[in-house]
Design a protein around this ligand. Sequence first.
Ligand SMILES: [Zn+2]
Length: 269
Amino acid sequence: MILGHGLSIIGMWDKQGGISIHRGVLPVILLIRKRQMIFILLFCVFLAGLAAVLWHGNAAYTAVFAARDGVPVTVVIDPGHGGEDGGAVSSGGVAESRINLAIALRVNDLMRFSGQRTVMTRSEEISIHTEGDTMRARKVSDIHHRVDIVNSTENAVLVSIHQNSLPSSPVTHGAQAFWNQQEGAEELAVSVQEALNSAINTEKAKVPKRIPSTIYLMKHVTAPSVLVECGFLSNTEETRLLQEPSHQLRLAAAITAGCLACGAGEEGS
Ligand SMILES: [Zn+2]
């Protein structure tokens, strides 16, 4: 069962790269070497394994992540905050915006390598406002632009990346997914949470939740959306981990695998 699902991931590469699974795994490896992308292959093997585990226990998944009326899904990857808006900040001065961007860029790389269309709301450490005399006004302009990017993208799925903070409970840690009110978003968050629990929350699983209606972006986008709070900047050890590229990649791989387990490549209803 697990082997069968693992092969289906390689079959996905087959569609994108013209590599036949029937020729075996070796040509795939050789091609990847030619492209000097061994490091990505290693994490795709990780992704395949993770997705296999997910699919093993998730046979009745919903095709949230599927083409509709012939239009493939485009994942809008949103690194929260940016520029003068650093978001949550640790006691040592580490701002979430840079960590959000580092993880989001890795999600983008892994999604694209898997053949998934993507758009990023920002790919630099900037705010994307176009107007505003005050910081508050610039934040409003920034968030409106993010909504516009999502809502102008056909058959979009939004993946927003953030870091949490709960100074009243410095031991609290772990990654958690939140869904918005759009159809399919809950299934997406459940799938992403399963992947996060396997890869990140190994001591204690977290439960995905519906996002509060006060979160403007998630409320105003018309796409099924998941917001991932990757960890807590109020936890000293997790703040250290969140700055490590290996942990950022582990988070990105889990988020990507959780999304792709939601029916990539199938026609939605
Ligand atoms: Zn945030």
